[in-house]
Design a protein around this ligand. Structure first.
Ligand SMILES: [Zn+2]
Length: 656
């Protein structure tokens, strides 16, 4: 694609000079990009994150093809090379048809009593097919240094609770298509068509009962709602129809006496379903989830049917992604740190580490000053906030120690088996953590990932090497553009420690209230401004952004951009560069806001936008830009906006 020779690193061709930055900043920053970058048929949205990720995918493809061709070079090459090879060998996969499913389907068919279900449920969990509920280790809410067992709601095939209950025509249609999809998948797995339709209805009834007892995603943002410590015997009386002891034994979980049950009402409802539904229906539910989880590993008929519902219907994509991309992603999913190690070596990712740490330190310093200057916070709470901020740990680029997958047996001709053996390795690795100290050096994202995260229970921010590249960061970009890019992302992750969810955790990651009551009340009041503001945005007619679901992300976007701006001002002052100094026709402040805006250039299909506002705590890209800049008087000043302009910060929301 054409790229203007910019001194700043801004993408000048992306700017739509016919738009007015004060009334539609997103269009101004991204209009040219949006026009030049239509959504590829296989995608549901296409933005600058995706373009960067696609570049990483191309790098990964080259690595994997090289490894596949040189499997005798090293154990690592053999492992990832053979895995990739097994995935790309479509002819072999096609010939197998539905047969890889058969051993597990036979086992399910042979179950004759409810007690036999327990073992099968555990067997499926062992392969990461999480039927009926989720069972994982997680940090003890009162002692975040220790992993305890955690039982949580789960077992649904639609994205979220509310998909089972919304009464509008569009939602009804999705449910109809979902039931038809279940029936088609059962047929592909060998169930006769009239029986498949009936079984699909049974599955839908079971899932609807589970959904009814689940908490919705907005309620789940309050971590306190998810803490219910109980003993195994208390759990047994909550769900008498299911022997958790037998389940744990089959899973080979380490011994423990107490666990956290996130949603007790859900476990109760699960028990009721297990006792009330006829055995054949419960077995149909297991078959459906096993087949659905396996679909992408099987022949074209399965892959296509899975795509038709989960991608075409739910997100609007019209074509399958090319096989090589699916296989790159599969290797990243299953052997992520093996592939990640090669990615880091090939891309010299260690070089980005030091310069990123410098920006992190600058942003952290600004947050310290910001907390000090807040007028709404009492000195006591402020002191605690500083303690928490000072304790935030930074993880940049990639892990210090790489995960060892050598026990996963990988064969170049067995994609199905490779996938499930890797799943089993991962599930057993997780389950073994119960009762063990939390390893805070572990990463929740692989190195090529174009994303970042904050962990509230570990109080650390994590930036994979994949995001430390243009447009987020470039040695050749101007300071303001880098601060508006990676600076805003760092500020965003840091602010997560102080959003509606993160603020409930203390400096060591414990779920412990360190706020004075009056400060807590002021925080909620200031946050409500964001709830109202973003709740008024609508990406698709009839669909509005959920201001409560997106509150944490919006708080982080707003806090993050402000912190990055303050860090830029500090940097400019140190270098005696005036804010008015221009490059590429933009002064320093304008470059900063354009650098930020251009991160988010993205085209999105209406189906995908609808799905996003119903399931994703992030606001759609346009509102992440316009909502945030319109809360900053510095933006209005930078572009000379008038009080009547849309982006003018008249009733600006601000927490941090
Ligand atoms: Zn975030």
């Amino acid at each position: 694609m054409l790229s203007a020779q910019a001194q700043t690193g801004l993408d000048l061709y992306s700017i739509d000079k016919t738009a007015d930055p004060c009334n539609d900043f997103y269009q101004y920053a991204c209009g040219g990009w949006l026009k030049a970058n239509p959504i590829p048929p296989e995608e549901s949205r296409w933005g600058r994150f995706d373009v960067l990720f696609e570049n990483n995918q191309k790098t990964l493809r080259a690595i994997l093809e090289d490894s596949a061709a040189h499997q005798d070079r090293s154990a690592l090459d053999r492992q990832v090379g053979a895995f990739y090879q097994s995935c790309t060998n479509e002819d072999a996969i096609e010939k197998l048809g539905a047969s890889p499913l058969q051993p597990e389907l036979d086992r399910i068919a042979a179950i004759t009593a409810r007690t036999g279900l327990v073992e099968e449920i555990a067997r499926l969990h062992d392969q990461q097919v999480y039927v009926f509920f989720n069972f994982t280790p997680s940090p003890d809410p009162d002692n975040a240094r220790l992993n305890i067992a955690n039982l949580d709601q789960g077992g649904l095939g639609l994205p979220e609770k509310d998909f089972y209950f919304r009464s509008d025509a569009h939602s009804e249609e999705i449910r109809q298509k979902y039931v038809a999809h279940i029936a088609k998948m059962l047929q592909l797995a060998g169930v006769p068509s009239d029986l498949a339709a009936q079984k699909a209805a049974d599955v839908m009834r079971i899932e609807t009962a589970l959904a009814k007892a689940s908490l919705d995603i907005t309620a789940r943002r309050n971590p306190k709602l998810l803490v219910h410590r109980m003993s195994l015997s208390e759990l047994a009386s909550l769900t008498p129809s299911f022997s958790f002891n037998a389940f744990l034994q089959t899973l080979k979980a380490p011994p423990f006496n107490t666990l956290n049950v996130s949603v007790p009402a859900f476990q109760k409802a699960f028990g009721v379903q297990l006792a009330a539904e006829p055995l054949p229906n419960l077995k149909a539910y297991l078959v459906w989830h096993y087949v659905s989880s396996s679909a992408r590993l099987l022949s074209r008929a399965f892959v296509q049917e899975n795509f038709d519902f989960y991608s075409r219907t739910l997100t609007g994509a019209s074509e399958l992604r090319p096989r090589w991309k699916r296989c790159v992603n599969a290797t990243d999913d299953e052997l992520g740190e093996a592939l990640g190690k090669l990615f880091v070596e090939r891309t010299h990712a260690e070089e980005g580490k030091e310069r990123t740490l410098k920006i992190v330190a600058a942003i952290q310093e600004q947050m310290k000053l910001d907390i000090e200057s807040l007028t709404w916070m009492s000195p006591e709470t402020r002191k605690q906030a500083q303690v928490k901020l000072a304790a935030v740990a930074n993880k940049i680029g990639f892990p210090d120690r790489w995960r060892d997958y050598s026990s996963v047996s990988v064969s170049g001709g067995d994609y199905f088996g490779n996938w499930y053996r890797a799943n089993q390795f991962e599930n057993r690795r997780e389950i073994a953590k119960i009762g063990q100290p939390v390893d805070r050096s572990e990463w929740g994202m692989t190195p090529p990932t174009v994303d970042a995260y904050y962990s509230p229970a570990q109080n650390n921010i994590n930036f994979p090497a994949g995001i430390l590249q243009p447009p987020f960061y470039s040695n050749n970009a101007s300071n303001p553009v880098n601060y508006g890019g990676v600076g805003a992302v760092i500020g965003h992750e840091l602010t997560h420690g102080f959003d509606d969810e993160g603020r409930q955790y203390d400096a060591d990651g414990n779920l412990k209230d360190w706020w004075r009551k009056t400060d807590r009340e002021r925080f909620v009041k200031l946050s409500d401004c964001f709830v109202n503001e973003y709740g008024g945005f609508s990406p698709v007619s009839g669909v509005e952004v959920n201001g409560r679901l997106t509150l944490g992300e919006n708080t982080a976007d707003n806090g993050g951009l402000r912190l990055a701006y303050l860090a830029l001002l500090d940097d400019l002052a140190k270098k005696s560069v005036p804010l008015s100094q221009t490059q590429d026709g933009y002064n320093q402040a304008q470059q900063f806001f354009l650098g930020f805006g251009q991160l988010w250039c993205e085209n999105q299909r209406p189906e995908s936008a609808r799905l996003q506002v119903q399931t994703d705590p992030h606001s759609p890209a346009k509102f992440r830009v316009d909502g945030t800049v319109s809360n900053m008087p510095e933006f209005s000043r930078a572009f000379g906006c008038k009080a009547t302009d849309k982006m003018f910060a008249a009733k600006a929301c601000r927490v941090w």
